[in-house]
Ligand binder design. Structure first.
Ligand SMILES: [Zn+2]
Length: 535
């Protein structure tokens, strides 16, 4: 495999999230990755500390470097200016443009400057949309960003740099989609979605989800997607789940300057902090009183260092969740931190079909379902589709409907083993299990049908009406002459009983737990089958 410039390898995926490796001229970078933003000249936190925490890449500002050092920067190179030998990404003044309305350099000139200082990952001098509600302005920023991208490509000389193509559009997701589509036709190594910071500041996380989906579904999957300025513990899990690979963040230092302590669920003001509930070196070597009483510059360093450790551990937790196939669970858990984040999670669940792409067909662990939102997991919607579309019900005499508990593999239960032993061919065995409703035994071992654990609320909320509809459909498809139900799960007893009254079928009740009861249930059904065969 070519491990040269720009190559992006994907090692593991879950939802649209992935653990990958991006190769640059200053070494490779495992993704998802967060790049701490470092000022090129005034570093309030020593870059060696950032490196020691484990960050292999940082982001700095090429525009400030250009303004302050000019040609001298070209002689020294950005790695020497910063004092960092890892991967350096350079932002190019887009942020300054957002803050001050304009910058006094053209995109082509900036591109040449970024090449001349030897950055590893260079960003086009784009025109950020920000949080503007003015559509004409948003359209203008998309147009100007695209023009800047084309001008940059025209003057690029070096082959060893990676180039980032920015996507703008802000609150207008159709413009984000258009911007992403057009930028994707240009030769960029990485794509980056702009303007999420303003959306995040306003807690409009639901819109953030819409923006990311518009960008992700219109950029090639084989290229990393960067989310500008969104390296925050609250939003990184959902952004990764939607396909973002790279983040940058100045928040660790901005919060520190503002005496704010980062936690996995948001920030706490230092004067409101009661416990240092964090195992990082700062929180274990210092007492809270020592941190609070240290002088301002020292306090910024301590808080910024803690904030970075916290961010780093969040990224590691996300990676672990991807490898374990538990990213959905991790996102849901995180989104319980704030009602507006929960709205973002609900928004994500509406895009189950898109999330199927990166979700493995088989996972080493069972799928856990807690609430109705979890019924939209890609594993679940995929399984629904499989039962509905792929399974052909053949004509048989008898349909056996068994309600079964989710704790063990169904075909391995004493009930199924005993029933299947005699090798009768003239019946169809159907399992009743809340998340998937009715499952033919033949496909029940396909992941995750019998490897799903669910909460009791999903049983309670199971609609008898939809069950009745499904069962009628199956009865018609298989032209079954008789239906017998056996209840082996006491939580499903009332549903099955209601169903038996509505459709008028025999219900054998064995739902008191225990292997001997299961054997009795199987034996009773076998007796019915034997007696019918003799006739
Ligand atoms: Zn800490």
């Amino acid at each position: 495999m070519d491990r040269g410039r720009g190559c992006f390898e994907v090692k593991a995926t879950d939802l649209l999230g992935r653990v990958g490796r991006l190769y640059t001229k200053s070494g490779s970078l495992e993704t998802p990755a967060l790049l701490p933003v470092v000022h090129p000249l005034n570093q309030e936190l020593d870059v060696d500390i950032i490196k020691k925490i484990g960050f292999k890449a940082i982001m700095t500002n090429a525009y400030i470097t250009f303004k302050r050092l000019g040609e001298a920067a070209q002689k020294r190179g950005i790695h020497s200016i910063i004092g960092f030998d890892g991967v350096i990404m350079t932002d190019s003044g887009g942020y300054q443009m957002l803050e001050y309305g304009d910058v006094d350099i053209a995109p082509a000139e900036m591109a040449s400057f970024e090449e001349s200082i030897g950055t590893d990952i260079a960003i086009v001098l784009d025109r950020p949309t920000g949080f503007s509600r003015n559509r004409a302005f948003a359209e203008q920023t998309v147009k100007e960003t695209l023009k800047a991208a084309e001008e940059t490509i025209a003057v690029r000389k070096r082959q060893d740099l990676l180039w980032v193509g920015p996507i703008q559009g802000g609150l207008f997701t159709d413009l984000v989609a258009e911007s992403a589509r057009k930028t994707s036709t240009l030769p960029f190594d990485i794509h980056a979605l702009g303007s999420p910071t303003e959306v995040m500041k306003s807690y409009n996380f639901q819109h953030l989800v819409k923006m990311i989906i518009a960008a992700k579904t219109n950029t090639p999957l084989n290229k990393p997607l960067h989310l500008f300025g969104a390296g925050h513990p609250l939003t990184m899990p959902i952004a990764v789940a939607l396909g973002c690979d790279l983040f940058d963040s100045a928040s660790y230092i901005l919060y520190a300057k503002d005496d704010r302590y980062l936690t996995p669920h948001g920030t706490i003001r230092l004067d409101e902090l009661i416990e240092l509930a964090c195992p990082c070196p700062i929180c274990t070597q210092y007492t809270l009183a020592e941190i609070k009483s240290s002088d301002k510059a020292e306090r910024i360093k301590l808080l910024a260092t803690h904030n970075l450790y916290l961010l780093q551990s969040e990224v590691k937790r996300i990676k672990q969740a991807i490898f374990e196939g538990r990213l959905w669970d991790a996102v849901a858990l995180k989104c319980r931190s704030h009602p507006k984040l929960w709205s973002a999670f609900e928004e994500m669940t509406r895009h189950s079909k898109i999330l199927e792409d990166g979700t493995p067909l088989f996972k080493p662990k069972a799928v856990n379902l807690y609430s109705k939102e979890d019924l939209r997991r890609p594993e679940v919607s995929r399984a629904y589709a499989k039962i509905k579309k792929s399974f052909k019900f053949e004509e048989r005499r008898l349909l056996i409907l068994a309600s079964i508990t989710s704790e063990e593999r169904w075909l391995a239960t004493p009930f199924c083993k005993h029933l299947l032993k005699e090798g009768f061919k003239d019946y169809q065995l159907l399992f009743l299990s809340p998340p998937y409703r009715l499952i033919p035994a033949e496909i029940s071992e396909i992941y995750p049908l019998s490897q799903t654990l669910y909460s009791s609320s999903l049983t309670t909320n199971l609609s008898t009406k939809s069950l009745e509809r499904d069962l009628k459909r199956i009865l018609k498809l298989g032209r079954y002459k008789q239906l017998i139900a056996v209840c082996l799960n006491k939580h499903l007893h009332s549903k099955l009983y209601a169903l038996s009254r509505r459709l008028n079928f025999k219900l054998l009740d064995y739902c008191k737990q225990g292997a001997s009861k299961q054997l009795q249930a199987a034996e009773q059904i076998l007796q019915i089958l034997r007696s019918q065969t003799q006739v």
